[in-house]
Design a protein around this ligand. Structure first.
Ligand code: GLN
Ligand code: ZN
Length: 790
């Protein structure tokens, strides 16, 4: 009997081993942290507000992690990530775990959690006053990470009880064996910077940092982690030689541990192709157990990547989009994975999400108001986990094993492709009729400027604001009541008109030169327009983390975009009717509408931008007809759309992005003045694109940067007008008249007096009225003083 039993055991063991070998695993690179109802945001903010204890916040985090692991487990995902969870940001987690904490945070003896939040968002309490570390965009996404900020004398030390190990054990205790995710050493350093007054080159710290990684990997292995996901997303950038050559020493050390004292490493890249760095992959990264590439963004890289793998190295194929909300095209994904299997064999392929799912909303289940037709086209994070599992099963056991799922998928895709909501023949016709001439104003700037002088009669150093005035509690309450149907449209309209009259009166008092209506009717600069355009849909719960506890809910572009009716004319016209100075109309530009939405994945973004541009063009022309002769088209997102790598892709983007702006604004008479606004001052690297917009007036953020940045305008003989922000609007601090004068004096070193506008850095919606009035009053006084002198 015993023999028999043992034989049967061995038999089934053999089966198991064979099965695993022939099985294509499904994997998720990371899951959103916030929870179904932004639970983490609520808990964290309650903790910051003193309404939740540390233990309660930690317990909530634990509850969410478990919930998210279970979602993936129940979806049938084989490889489930851990340590993807963060209370604020995962890069910040690493800063703390490596003890790369600047002394200004560590010296107060704060509890680790408070020290962590102090770095993320600053700390102003109990006599401690430190601003946060710098936070910047995570690649080309709308997520922001905290920049590792390093010292000349930097040392690293692994924290006691590191979080990846804690969370791995936590999942294991719940019966789920996970694959911990860590950010790789080269990316960690390359994404960092020297602290202020420090000169250290981050990558020079690699040798000091590696022992900490070795220690971490060993501890993970002892805790039972067989594989670890190590992210090196900087491989999608154009990398300087010293960064490229850093991979070899780093991964020689880390791969040497694999299998013995350390886990197998799955090295991941995402958000771009790695073809330009494949020599690095070949020379330095073939030793990792697996290599992951983003085949949603760059499917064409597959063959070249496969040629560069080591003889046993596994390919992790990212085929389910971590950056958008569309249902996967499973037929296409299966084809991609099959082609990899043909070359490498089943045992050398893993199916995965293209990147972490962090950039997608939690679940479609929460959307109760979406109409059934479009709902059927979407997959949020929870649904995507199922997609990964289905694709893996299809290539493991054959498509018949998931026939009904594949059929349903094909049906959804078919419905989307043929839907009236996707395709609007009128929009297509209009796009076909777009000509080159439609992108150009009637005359060049000098002629336009003469006409505008007559039309607007503005003084030298004209003053204006960027659009929004403080969005008071009153405004939010009324908007809420209106949305809920508690007040009538008429009551709401009257309220908005009163708000407009009030801000006009304030601008009279302040003696500004070009007025704005204050944007009281706008919830958000993109959503407001999306709600008024055909081709968009909105969600109720599809939040995505932007930074820390802040989430955004991008509208979704589902089909060809068009404008059924004017969107802003009523408010602007009313505002103009009650003001004696020129009223500036205020629109969000095509690229910003596109970038801050979930775009379509079935037509090129340039096509979507052109549709938005045509809709906005009609709006611009209608504003002009209504007597609005200054029109600002905001494009704060123009820069973030810039492809990560220099070269032809970037040039192509700039060309269609600039075209869409020009198409949206060029329909007006010479005498109408077109403004544009950007919330950043770093445009040295794409100055020619900014210049090509041909806007009569540009307002840019400048108050916190060196005025020298403006030098590019003289160097390039920029002929048109510019309003570099004269004060920072992110803080309630009121700049004095003298400070503003000094700032203007600096600007005049680089710009001609008749070229310069005087305005704040950006809109004032997040400010209070008191500081807004004081600051603007000082700003106007400074401009008037210069006017006297010239
Ligand atoms: N017009 C917008 C405002 O004033 C511009 C906002 C922005 O550039 N982010 O709020
Ligand atoms: Zn701005």
């Amino acid at each position: 009997v015993a023999n028999n039993l043992r034989a049967r055991c061995e038999e089934s063991n053999k089966h198991f081993v064979e099965k695993v070998a022939k099985m294509v695993q499904s994997s998720v690179l990371g899951f959103p942290r916030m929870g179904k109802l932004r639970d983490l945001k609520k808990a964290t903010e309650a903790y910051w507000g003193g309404k939740l204890s540390k233990d309660e916040l930690l317990a909530e985090g634990k509850r969410l992690r478990l919930e998210h692991w279970k979602i993936q487990k129940n979806a049938g995902v084989d490889v489930i990530p851990s340590n993807d969870f963060a209370y604020y940001d995962h890069v910040l987690d690493h800063i703390q775990m490596f003890n790369a904490i600047p002394e200004r945070y560590s010296k107060h003896g704060l509890h680790t959690l408070d020290e962590y939040f102090a770095m993320g968002r600053g700390h102003q309490k109990d006599g401690i006053d430190v601003p946060s570390l710098e936070m910047v965009k995570w690649f080309d996404s709308n997520y922001h990470y905290v920049k590792p900020t390093l010292q000349d004398s930097q040392t690293f030390k692994l924290s006691d009880d590191p979080k990846p190990i804690r969370h791995f054990k936590e999942a294991k205790d719940a019966g789920i064996v996970t694959r911990p995710v860590i950010l790789g050493p080269v990316s960690f350093l390359h994404l960092g910077k020297a602290d202020r007054n420090q000169t250290v080159d981050p990558i020079s710290l690699l040798e000091k940092l590696l022992p900490v990684y070795e220690e971490l990997l060993k501890q993970l292995k002892s805790a039972g982690a067989e594989t670890v996901q190590i992210d090196e997303p900087v491989l999608v950038f154009d990398l300087p030689a010293k960064i490229r050559s850093a991979f070899k020493p780093a991964y020689e050390k880390l791969t040497a541990l694999q299998g013995s004292s350390g886990p197998q490493l799955v090295l991941t890249t995402y958000f771009g192709d790695v073809v330009h760095n494949l020599d690095v992959v070949k020379s330095s990264l073939q030793g990792t157990y697996a290599f992951h590439v983003d085949l949603v963004r760059n499917p064409e890289q597959l063959d070249k990547v496969m040629e560069s793998l080591g003889p046993k190295q596994v390919l992790s194929a990212g085929v389910v989009d971590g950056r958008n909300i569309w249902k996967n095209n499973m037929k296409k994904s299966i084809e991609i994975v099959e082609s990899a299997i043909q070359k490498l064999g089943k045992e050398r392929v893993i199916v995965g999400t293209s990147s972490s799912l962090l950039h997608t909303p939690h679940t479609l289940e929460s959307e109760k108001n979406l109409d059934a037709e479009v709902r059927d086209w979407f997959a949020f994070a929870s649904e995507k986990t199922k997609e990964v599992a289905i694709i893996a099963k299809a290539v493991t056991d054959g498509p018949d094993s998931v026939r009904s799922e594949l059929d349903a998928n094909a049906k959804s895709l078919q419905s989307r492709a043929t839907s009236k909501r996707t395709n609007n023949p009128d929009v297509k016709k209009r796009q076909e009729a777009v000509t080159k001439e439609m992108h150009e104003r009637k005359s060049g700037f000098p002629t336009r400027y003469d006409a505008q002088k007559k039309q607007l009669n503005l003084p030298l150093f004209p003053t204006t604001t960027i659009g929004s005035f403080p969005q008071t509690k009153d405004i939010r309450i009324m908007r809420n009541k209106f949305t809920k149907g508690e007040i009538t449209p008429k009551e709401y309209e009257e309220f908005i008109e009163k708000e407009i009259r009030d801000v006009v009166a304030i601008q009279d008092e302040l003696q500004l030169d070009v007025y704005v209506h204050g944007e009281p009717e706008r919830n958000d600069m993109v959503q407001y327009f999306g709600e008024r355009l055909d081709g968009y849909v909105f969600t109720t719960h599809a939040w995505v983390q932007s930074y820390g506890s802040r989430c955004v809910r991008p509208p979704i572009m589902v089909g060809d975009v068009s404008r059924p009716a004017p969107m802003t004319v009523k408010e602007s016209k009313y505002a103009a009717s009650v003001s004696k100075k020129p009223m500036k109309g205020m629109l969000t530009g095509p690229i910003t509408c596109l970038r801050w939405s979930f775009p379509r994945d079935d037509v090129h973004q340039s096509v979507q931008a052109q549709q938005l541009a045509l809709a906005l063009r009609d709006e611009v022309v209608d504003l002009e007809k209504a007597g609005i002769y200054v029109i600002q088209v905001d494009e704060p997102a123009l820069r973030e759309g810039l492809p990560l790598r220099a070269g032809s892709e970037r040039e192509k983007y700039l060309s269609w992005a600039v075209d869409s702006f020009k198409l949206s604004t060029a329909g007006v008479e010479d005498s109408t003045q077109i403004h544009s606004h950007f919330c950043y001052s770093e445009f040295q690297d794409f100055f020619h694109a900014i210049a090509a917009l041909d806007a009569d007036v540009l307002s840019i953020e400048n108050s916190k940067s060196d005025a020298k940045l403006l030098k590019v305008f003289i160097d390039e003989a920029y002929p048109r007008h510019i309003g570099p922000g004269v004060y920072d609007i992110h803080s309630p601090r009121v700049p004095s008249e003298q400070e503003i004068k000094d700032r203007v004096a600096e600007m005049l070193q680089y710009l001609k007096p008749d070229q310069l506008w005087v305005n704040p850095d950006c809109g004032l919606k997040t400010r209070g009225w008191k500081e807004t009035k004081e600051a603007l009053s000082n700003m106007v006084a400074a401009a008037q003083a210069y006017r006297q002198q010239h």
